[in-house]
Design a binder for this molecule. Structure first.
Ligand SMILES: CC(C)(COP(=O)(O)OP(=O)(O)OC[C@H]1O[C@@H](n2cnc3c(N)ncnc32)[C@H](O)[C@@H]1OP(=O)(O)O)[C@@H](O)C(=O)NCCC(=O)NCCS
Length: 167
């Protein structure tokens, strides 16, 4: 199994590391899927330092960084415990580290977190055109349960599938 370190984000330096990873991963991966204007809008609205700190302090988000055995950041994820499920809000692995088992390791940790909180399922949303990640989530045991279009302002919508995994 892949050696991985999972670090809970608890201070400003770690929040800055998330912001840097988000900016680089989103610009690399999502521009071909949703276009640059929407990526820049979403980074500012959801993944800038101040917003991430607010999500952690006031909106029940739990952020975690993923590091390889040499302590290099390889990605991050965020979950929000809800009444009957754990919502996986974000899971992003850097391009050079995809397909190496990090996402699967993160999911095992997330499943334990859900069980420890008495939550029987994990839910997430994924862009309908993000075929690679939809297929990865299917391999990891998720199924599509719904189709959602969410207005995020600025003239943009998120056109997503909802997926879930019962644990
Ligand atoms: C989706 C993502 C988080 C998966 O993490 P990962 O570390 O690449 O995945 P893993 O290497 O742990 O692979 C997990 C399983 O998915 C499969 N898989 C991974 N990427 C895949 C792809 N693009 N297409 C099909 N299957 C894929 C693997 O083969 C593995 O299956 P197995 O357990 O049967 O061998 C990662 O690829 C990623 O960050 N993608 C870009 C950003 C993104 O879209 N994030 C999700 C937003 S909702």
């Amino acid at each position: 199994m892949k050696k991985i370190k999972i670090v809970k984000v608890s201070d400003e330096n770690l929040v800055s590391a998330i912001e840097a990873l988000a900016h680089s991963i989103w610009r690399e991966y999502f521009v071909p899927i949703i276009g640059s204007p929407q990526v820049e809008y979403m980074l500012k609205k959801f993944q800038s330092r101040g917003v991430i700190s607010n999500q952690i302090e006031k909106q029940d988000y739990l952020y975690y960084l993923l590091a390889d055995r040499d302590s290099n950041w390889v990605g991050y994820f965020a979950v929000i415990p809800q009444q009957k499920e754990l919502f996986l809000s974000k899971l992003y692995i850097t391009a050079e580290n995809r397909g190496k088992g990090y996402g699967g390791c993160a999911l095992k940790f997330i499943e334990t977190l859900a069980r420890d909180n008495g939550l029987p399922k994990i839910t997430l949303t994924v862009n309908k055109n993000n075929t690679g990640s939809i297929n990865a989530y299917k391999k990891l045991g998720f199924v599509i349960t719904d189709s959602l279009v969410t207005d995020i302002g600025g003239g943009f919508v998120m056109d997503d599938y909802k997926m879930e995994k019962t644990i």
